[in-house]
Every structure is written in C-alpha cells, then in structure tokens.
Design a protein around this ligand. Sequence first.
Ligand code: AMP
Ligand code: MG
Length: 391
Amino acid sequence: MISEAEARAKILESVRPLPPRKMSILNALDHFAAEDCFARLPLPVFDNSAMDGYAVLASDCKPSKRLRVTGEQPAGVDRRLCVSNGEAIRIFTGAPMPEGANAVVMQENVTRDGNEIVINVDVDIEEFVRKRGCDLGEGQKILGKGDPIVATKLALLASQGFAQVSVGGEVRAAIISTGDELAMPGEKLQPGQIYDSNTVLLQSLLKRCGAVVASAENCRDDADSLRKAIQSTAKKEILIVGGGVSVGEHDLVQATLRDLGAKIDIWRVAIKPGKPFLFGQLGRCFVFGLPGNPVSAFVTLLQFVRPAILKMMGASDLDLPRMPAKLTVDLINQSERAHYVRGEFENGNFAPVGRQESHALFGLSQSNALLRVETGESLKAGETVQIQVWE
Ligand code: AMP
Ligand code: MG
C-alpha cells in the first residue's frame, strides 16, 4: 500500500498534457488556455460617450449657458466632428467623442431649444467620457496558459477580435462497470441484484472534469468478457474500470489487465474510502481501476482521476477548490489511511453527513464537501479546517 501523495505524484508524472488545438471561442467554454493571450486592442478601443447627451467642452458649461448644436454623432461610425467654444454635438452611448470635446452632458441635464441647448448643471472634465485604454491596455495579459476558459474570458477574447483560442487537448474516457450483480436502471431487479449506480456517477463526474465520455458499458465478472471489454475500449486516453479491483476471487480486473500486457503502477492506496484503487497503462491508455463501492469510486475519481484529466487538458490548477470551514463536531482518524469525511458545507460550517461507510450512497448524496483527516489526526469542534468542494 502506498500513500495518497505518492499515488497522486506517480499518476501526475505519468500523464502529459495532450497536444493543443485551435477552437472557436463559441465552443471553448470550460477548456483550458494552451498559451498566454495578450490584448491586441485597448479597451475602450477609442474615447467614447457613456451616455446619450451632448459632447461639450467642460469649461464652456455652467447653469443657464446656451450652446449651439452643430451636429450629431451616433454609435457605429466616426463622423470626425469637432466641437469649439459655444458649441455642442448631439451624441449617443458608445459613439466616438468628437475632436475638441472633453465631456458629455446627459440629455436629462439640458433643455433643448431648437438648434440650441441650455445647460442646467456644472460639468467636469471627462464626465461621462470612457477614455481609450482605461480598462485594458494594449499588450496586457488577458488569459494565462492553463487558465480555465470561463464566459467572461471568452467575452474578453471576443472584444479583442479573437475568433479562435488555443486550448488543451481532448481527453476521451471509456467506462466499464463490472459486476454480476448489476442491473440497469429501468430493468426489473432480480433477487440478489442491485442497480448500477456507478456508471452514471462516473459519467457525470468525468464530464464535470471536462472529459468526453466516449463509451460506457457493463461487464460480467468473467475473465473472457472483461478481456474483450478492456481490449475494445482501451483505445481512448483513459479507461475507468469500476469494481473488481479488490482481492476477492471475482475481482478479475488486475489479472486481466496484466494478461493483456498492461503495466500496473499502483494498486492499493492508503486512502479511506478507496484502498483497492489501481492505476496502470495499457499501450497509450491510462487505466484507472476504481473500487465498486460508490463512495470509494467517488473519492478516488476526484482525488486521482480528476487531476490526471485536468493535467492532460492543460490546466494549471489540478486541485479541487478549497475553503475554510468551521468544524461542527470532534473528529479523530485512528485508521492507517487518510480519511475523506463527507459532509455538508453551509454558512461557513462543515458537518459530517450520513453514514461514513463506502457503500453509503444516500449520505454521499446529501454531502457537498469533503474533509481530509490525516492518519492519527484529531480535530475539535469549532476548529477551522480546509475543506474541498466539488459542486
Ligand atoms: P467490488 O469493488 O466489485 O468488489 O464491489 C464493491 C461493492 O460495490 C459491492 O457491494 C458491489 O455490489 C458494489 N458495486 C460495484 N459496482 C457497482 C455499481 N456499478 N453500482 C453500484 N454498486 C456497485
Ligand atoms: Mg465486483
């Protein structure tokens, strides 16, 4: 049995970022930037009006002052108009500032009188003018290599005229759920059978990690079937095999992988739940054997598979989001494995929830955070701890 840290390090040493590709910004959400991106335009791109109103010289404006309206500047064209003393230009939000003007008076603050306006307020220099480059300067970094591409970053790329962005490679995942006891949701349950809940769990988590689930199938605990299933699916970047990695006579995954020529790098990790976790390579495919118990599958996917997928996709931050929380109970870990306690994080508090056993799916479904309690660690109620959140 190796430590969790060793297992994670070994996995992350083995997987490499996949070759990047160019992608339309319309499809790039939730990918990771494969290179730094820099502003090619300042923002705003040119001095423009923040209001519908009149472009003026601020020094020309005081209450009761009359100005002659000499033109109109809408958004979308630059009429190259000019404002001198005693003059104003009708202007609209987003329209380029006319030459000579250094402020905009809101239309609500003037009285229009034919071809003239009467100013009703004092006006400051640069009032309601959005200055070129005040938000973003040319050449400034707008996206860092490995950053997640979120909606606001995509909008920023669009504002710079980028139609495409270079993102990390695609991770395709295949899932095999093993077990003679498995029935598919929707089928009639026979005595001794249970519904397969892991396939949909793994599929959903893999999608959340950013992987594309290329296939998901069930397989009986039978060496021939398993062999065929693994052979036909180990062609993607990763293969997740659920169940069958433990030590029972029906746990055939490791032996079958070895028969097929796989290199097994990790089997059994000091993590609770999740001890039978397996990691190896079959050809170019990384194989993750997750224990069949739902909570074990959940924890090992988040702690071992997720960072591997993120690294392959070119992400720089491979950890689950962490945050401080106040523990509501005493906790002690007397086992020889690091314990991931499932709990509810609410209003800054973390409270363990449900049965803390690896089969307890209902408890897992009520939780939204994990607390890692180290071997031998003793935590007291009221203490601030760092928790991991996944939703
Ligand atoms: P295994 O890792 O194959 O020894 O399975 C451990 C436990 O997880 C057993 O109680 C299995 O019935 C259960 N299990 C295995 N696969 C699944 C699955 N796909 N859905 C729900 N439970 C499962
Ligand atoms: Mg099994």
